[in-house]
Design a protein around this ligand. Structure first.
Ligand code: SF4
Ligand code: F3S
Ligand code: ZN
Length: 103
């Protein structure tokens, strides 16, 4: 599961589509965590898609991650600023790849 304390345990190593990427990153195998308020651990995401289908405000978009061992696309929190803290994505992700920090 995603580390709920990733902001203390990791560092921002780059930006992607306007959000933070928390390392370590070593492409293509290691991709880190994308986003901050809505954070997706790309190294855990298996592209299940439930978060994209269920988010009421369309926070997520697919992004290509060729040659990553878990999946070749990931749910990217492109519109994390629109999140309404319903926590649905956290509940539906089968591999607990998502962390949302309300407030
Ligand atoms: Fe979307 Fe709700 Fe998840 Fe926020 S908590 S990203 S609004 S599903
Ligand atoms: Fe990935 Fe979980 Fe969404 S596996 S696509 S973050 S439901
Ligand atoms: Zn991203």
């Amino acid at each position: 599961a995603i580390d709920p304390n990733f902001e203390e345990n990791r560092n921002v190593v780059e930006q992607h589509e306007g959000h933070n990427v928390w390392g370590p990153v070593d492409e293509p195998e290691e991709l880190g965590i994308h986003g901050t308020h809505v954070a997706v651990d790309f190294d855990i995401c298996i592209a299940d898609g439930a978060c994209l289908e269920d988010c009421p405000v369309d926070v997520f978009e697919w992004t290509d991650t060729p040659d990553h061992p878990e999946s070749e696309i990931k749910a990217d929190p492109t519109h994390e600023d629109q999140c309404i803290d319903c926590m649905l994505c956290v509940d539906v992700c089968p591999v607990d790849a998502i962390d949302v920090d309300p407030g």
